[in-house]
Write a protein that binds this ligand. Structure first.
Ligand code: ZN
Length: 239
């Protein structure tokens, strides 16, 4: 069985559609949080992922848009976007976001947005943080997002090694691994292409992928909807 692992779509429908169009046949979609926030099309992104039967866990932006919780921790551009999203979404959509679980287990993986140590807010950038996350998992492996930077932490012993994978990088799963697919809707590793990963459960293999999308169209929508202009500008640079 092959799973598409997505994260941090952030209301970027154009990028999400490009990723879905590029996918090989997959049995499941797993999304490690921040489906909304920042981008121009939060409602359409949510609808498309629900239509595809995606498994969603909660991100800090999902929670802030749904309930206002944590808004005070955002920079003002992120907070402005979150407040706009709150006003655009229906009560039913906000309830759905508010009810998302902070963690979920599928096969040999535990999913969360940040870290199992702090599911909504911790950024896992180091092998030590990755190990602390996996220590809290009942499964062999974990999937996270939040940093918007693809990462593979793995190793048969300790400590875990860290690789920042580019397009096409592929790894056999070691005994324990933590996989961050990067961000579909707002990459921050200097590559503006949408990021995602494919997890082949039977072959125990993870492959990182990038796909071009129409950045200019997402930028146009961001301006048209009155979101902060910096949220459009940064997409061109993947930062
Ligand atoms: Zn995010």
């Amino acid at each position: 069985m092959t799973v598409a692992l997505l994260s941090d779509v952030h209301g970027n429908l154009v990028a999400l559609e490009a990723v879905l169009a590029a996918l090989p046949p997959v049995e499941q979609l797993w999304v490690t949080g921040d489906t909304v926030g920042y981008g121009p099309d939060p409602s359409d992104v949510l609808a498309l992922l629900r239509e595809r039967g995606a498994l969603l866990v909660a991100g800090n932006h999902d929670r802030a848009v749904a309930t206002g919780a944590g808004l005070e921790l955002f920079n003002h551009h992120a907070a402005d976007a979150a407040r706009l999203h709150t006003s655009w979404l229906s009560a039913e959509e906000r309830d759905l976001l508010a009810a998302l679980p902070e963690t979920a287990e599928r096969a040999a993986f535990t999913l969360c947005h940040g870290s199992l140590r702090d599911p909504l807010w911790e950024y896992v950038f180091t092998p030590g943080a990755a190990a602390a996350c996996l220590e809290r998992a009942a499964t062999a492996h974990g999937c996270c997002g939040h940093t918007h930077v693809p990462a593979f932490f793995g190793g048969d012993g300790t400590p875990l090694g860290h690789v920042q994978p580019g397009d096409g990088a592929s790894f056999d799963l070691p005994k324990r691994a933590l996989v961050n697919p990067g961000s579909v809707g707002q990459p921050r590793d200097g590559d503006p292409r949408a990021a995602y990963a494919l997890v082949e459960l039977d072959a125990s293999r993870v492959t990182f992928r990038r796909v071009r999308y129409d950045v200019a169209e997402t930028q146009r929508r961001i301006h048209a909807r009155g979101l902060p202009g910096i949220l459009a500008d940064r997409l061109a640079y993947g930062l």
